[in-house]
Structures are given as C-alpha cells and as structure tokens.
Design a protein around this ligand. Structure first.
Ligand SMILES: [Zn+2]
Length: 607
C-alpha cells in the first residue's frame, strides 16, 4: 500500500491527465439471487501491443494463495464502437487481447458465495466484495487511477473507503484500490469524531449489515468507542486516515464465515450470527484486533510485504509482530476498557501459553519460521495432509506470548512498558511509513531500554531462537500463577479421538513427545482395548485413563491398516498449562502486586 503523501502529491500534480486515463469498472447485480455479478472494465489509452489482464492470486492481509481466477467466466472484449474482439485465456487466471485499438471494454461474470474477508458474497441481501477476488486488472497499468461504479439493487447503499467522485468511487492506483473492500447493502451506519493531541479530528464509524435492535446497536457502538480510545492511548494518537475517515465494515448473518481483515482505512469484519446482540462478544474481539492493525501492519509495515504482490504468496518474517503483538493488544484493549474482566484476559493468556509451550513446532522452530509458514496456513487450502501438528504453532499465539513476556520484562526490569516500545516503533516506522526489517525492531528495543545488549539477548533467544521466557516468574510480578494443574492426571496426548464402529479412532496426526506418538500409533489407528478394558467409545477411553496414574504402563490393542496390533503405552503427566489470579489461587495480592497490575491492566484513557 502506497504512502499517502505520494498518492496526494501525484493526484494534485497531474490530476487532470490521470483522470482521463482512469480504468473504469461498472458492477451490476441482476442475478444476485444466484450469486453472480456482471462486471465491465473499460481501459482507455492502451499502448500498442498485446494487452494482458489477470485475476489476483493473493489478497492483502491474507497470506496463502487463492485462485480467484476460478470464479470469473464469460469473458468478452469489445472495441470502443462495440465490436467484439478476440480475447484468449492464456493461463487459468490470465487473459490476453492480441489486437486492439486505443480503448477496450472487457466484460465478465463473477460468482461469489462466501462472506469473509477474502472472498465475495453476493446474494439478494448484499454484495460483500473483496477487491482481489472481484477485479481483473492490467499488470502493465498498475499506476493508473481506477474508478468504480455500482448499479445497485433498490435498497442498497455503498460502503467503501474509496473516495466518492461524481457517482464513481476513486483509487489513485491498483495497490490502493485493492485495499478498500466494498459492502453494498441496506446497512446501518454511524460515526463519531476522534481528536488527536495535535488537534486533528477524524471520523471513526461503523457500517453494520445484519439484524440489530436500537438498544443492541447503541450498546455495541459505545463499546467500539471504548476500544478505539484504549488503542489510541497506546500510541498517543490515531493514524492519519487518508480521507480523515476510518470505518468498521461489519457483516453479521447466519450464513457468514467468521473473519476479520485489516485495511488502511477500514476493516472488514464478518461473523456468523442471527443478530448483533448474539454475536457481540465475538465481533468486539475482532474489532479490538483489527483496529490495532491500523497502526501495526497497515502503517508499521514489514518490508517483506510492501509493496504487496497480487500474483503470488507474500511471505513475511514479521507476522509474530504484525499479528502476534496485535493479538496481545486486542485482548489487552478489551481488558483495559472493561469489556472483558481481568480473569477472562489472563485465562486467555493461559490458553495461548498452553497452545504454544506444549506445541512440538514451537519447541523446534522460531517465531520467524512460523511467520513464514503463513503462506501455507493462513486460509490455505490443500487436500493432502501436512505435518503442521508437529512443525507449526500459530504466529498469532506465539507472537502474543512473546509480547506478554516482553511487556512484563520491560515493566519489572526497566520500569518501561510494551506501550513505550510500540510508540517508539510507531514514531520510527508507522508515522513515517518506512517499512521495517526485524533488525529495526531489535534496534528500537535497544534504544527504548537503553540496552542494546538486552535487545540482542531478547531477539536472539525468543525471536530468532526457540527459547521460552520463564512465564512462571514473569506472571508472579502481577499476581498470577502459571500452573500445570492437571499434572497428576494420566495423559496419552491431545489427539482428536472419535468413536467409530465400536472403536476409538485417532483422527489427527500423532503429536511428537506424546505417549501415543512414542508408542507408534498414528492417525487412522483404532483403539479397541486397553489392558483388560474394552474401548468401544471415547467415554470408555476417558474413564480408563481416569483410573490410571502418570507413569503407568498400559497394554493397548489397536487396528492399523486392517491389522490387529498390540503395544505398550507409558502414560504421562497431563502437561496442560493454565494461568489463574492469586485471588483464585488463595494467595495474597500485596500492595506491590496490585500496583504492578494496575499499571499494566487499568485503562490508559485520560479523560
Ligand atoms: Zn490480524
């Protein structure tokens, strides 16, 4: 995504010339009930030689590839006088017009029936459009301005952060265009003003499509305002939005997929649900995460994904920071604004610690490696199996617990906070929109702490390396107990077990280090008996394990690829991690702990 000052400079210097050669799209929805849109693309002033247009294979903020070309068809091309001309499909998603005059019109049909942040959902209720999934574009004309026009169903309105321009919506170039999702529907909307310390006033608002009551909407809006204020307090200011405006484009319908997709001046939030009040908690946690992205990733941007390439996957080493630190702050903002309680916040951190610290992937590979795996896991679709349960751990959660460790360390060791660090990164790379490399993040940590040695230590151990912080002692500063509360219980591994045909099937790949893995069982094997106990369903298995202790050796009878087998499994201690408050653990919260907690978890909004 291009920087604002470049865009506006270009616009003012040569606005007239550019206005003439803008690429113009028109969309209509006569067949919305069958999930089709009719799209025409008018390209003026085409240089001589074959003209190539294509669909995208990737979408900003989504890191795996997607074959968007599969959902367009009936592609035709015409001269300015309406004469049809040849257009050939040269690859699945690439079309070429060998001979043409100065101007060409291309028409096609788009199919879309999945409402989320990546794809298109078109039906009688709305058209929910993600740009890379929707528009053919010309690789040789990416700097051309773009105008788009909609022929709307009677009740629909247009929501987009593209600039309104005489019935069209305008983008200065392709990168900008691709970053502005569109919702066409009979939505509800409201906005409010948020001021920065320097006096800049901007409009932040909600576009909401879905069932809602006045009470539910008003209540929701007040919580969104709190989140915006709490996140503004971390950085001290809102980013400067391109037209002074930011919108949460939210869609809640029973048929939606849950998703959140950050953009420069808006975010697309989709949630499955009958109505706003029923989906509120889930939508708010997406709001808190996505809004933080308007600083962290939209403006503090990893160099690895700038500019964004729409033709292949965009691999980044920085998603532990871009997504993981954002995940941490999304949860923290909900807690600081009292939308979630301290116990809910710390329970969530406990879940994340459990997921990462008990993951074989995170024990072997660094947050940087996990970030780079995003090109395969971030809504990546494959029909063959992966070994992700043994090599992958989510960079959202891995990054979150790294942020947690850094925040607590900065607080007790340096009398600083992670907020201080985020503000420093914002000043160096966000406000300036100079994309960062990982070494820049380390450098800034050295500057903030005035200890390049600490920054080097932290990055080499926890970012480039695979060591894990001592969470037990870190959390104790804030009066929380890091515990393996089930360590006395016998455990064979957190696999997906299902009852099938009077047996218990292992339905997920065996996870390294677990008793199941060590004993040589794997996905597809079916357990029939343990010692003298017949195992006919998952309850039998759980009850059997309850009767045993860690360290017990158990004879297991199972079927593997049609053969009856037996082996011995040595049961282990259940390693599940949780975090609880001193209050809930019956321990005393000293004044010192209370002070530490308040500084960390209380609202940072100054009234
Ligand atoms: Zn995110």
């Amino acid at each position: 995504m291009k920087k604002l000052f470049l865009i506006t400079a270009l616009f003012f210097i040569s606005g007239l010339v550019l206005a003439q050669d803008a690429i113009e799209y028109t969309l209509s929805f006569e067949n919305a009930v069958h999930h089709e849109a009719f799209i025409s693309m008018m390209i003026p002033q085409i240089p001589a030689g074959p003209l190539k247009v294509r669909m995208s294979r990737s979408s900003p903020g989504r890191y795996a590839t997607h074959e968007f070309g599969k959902n367009i068809y009936d592609v035709h091309a015409y001269d300015a006088d309406g004469t049809e001309i040849d257009i050939h499909q040269t690859e699945g998603d690439v079309y070429e017009i060998p001979k043409h005059k100065d101007q060409v019109k291309i028409t096609y049909i788009l199919f879309g029936n999945l409402v989320d942040g990546t794809y298109d959902g078109i039906d009688h209720r709305h058209a929910h459009l993600n740009m890379p999934a929707t528009f053919l574009w010309a690789p040789s004309m990416q700097e051309r301005p773009i105008k788009v026009k909609f022929i709307l169903a009677p009740t629909w309105k247009v929501a987009t952060q593209l600039k309104p321009d005489n019935g069209f919506y305008y983008a200065p170039n392709l990168q900008y265009f691709m970053d502005s999702p569109i919702e066409l529907s009979d939505y509800r909307t409201s906005a409010w003003e948020v001021a920065n310390p320097d006096g800049l006033k901007q409009s932040v608002g909600i576009v909401f499509h879905g069932a809602n009551s006045d009470a539910a909407y008003t209540n929701f809006e007040s919580k969104v305002k709190k989140i915006v204020n709490e996140e503004q307090a971390v950085y001290g200011e809102l980013p400067k939005y391109d037209y002074g405006q930011y919108r949460f484009q939210i869609d809640v319908l029973p048929t939606n997929n849950g998703d959140g997709m950050e953009h420069r001046n808006s975010t697309c939030i989709t949630n499955q649900g009958e109505s706003l009040d029923k989906a509120e908690a889930s939508v708010l946690s997406t709001v808190a995460h996505e809004y933080f992205h308007s600083w962290n990733v939209e403006r503090m941007r990893p160099k690895t994904i700038e500019p964004f390439n729409f033709e292949h996957a965009n691999m980044s080493d920085g998603l532990w920071f871009a997504e993981g630190f954002t995940q941490y702050y999304g949860n923290l903002a909900l807690e600081r604004s009292n939308i979630k309680s301290m116990d809910e916040f710390i329970t969530t951190q406990g879940y994340y610690l459990n997921a990462v610290l008990n993951s074989p992937g995170a024990n072997k590979y660094s947050p940087i490696f996990m970030s780079q795996r995003a090109v395969f896991v971030d809504a990546g679709v494959a029909i063959d199996e992966t070994n992700n349960s043994n090599i992958f751990s989510s960079y959202y959660l891995y990054g979150d617990i790294t942020a947690l460790a850094l925040d607590l360390t900065l607080r007790y060791q340096f009398n600083l906070t992670l907020d201080d660090y985020m503000r420093a990164v914002w000043k160096a790379h966000g406000k300036t929109e100079i994309p960062y490399q990982i070494k820049d993040l380390q450098k800034i940590l050295g500057e903030v702490t005035q200890s390049p040695d600490f920054a080097k230590f932290f990055f080499s151990k926890y970012i480039y390396g695979t060591e894990k912080a001592d969470y037990s002692s870190l959390l104790a500063h804030a009066g929380f107990v890091f515990t393996r509360a089930k360590a006395d219980e016998a455990w064979i591994g957190n696999h997906r077990f299902t009852t099938s045909d009077g047996k218990v099937m292992i339905n997920s790949p065996a996870i390294q280090g677990t008793p199941i893995y060590i004993a040589g069982l794997d996905a597809g094997d079916a357990i029939t008996q343990m010692d003298d106990t017949k195992i006919t369903n998952v309850n039998d298995l759980n009850n059997f394990l309850k009767s045993k202790k860690p360290g017990d050796e158990v004879k297991v009878y199972f079927e593997s690829f049609g053969q009856d087998k037996t082996t011995t499994i040595k049961l282990a201690n259940d390693p599940t991690i949780s975090v609880v408050s001193y209050e809930n653990a019956g321990k005393e919260v000293t004044p010192e702990i209370a002070k530490f907690r308040a500084a960390w978890l209380n609202s940072k909004v100054k009234n």
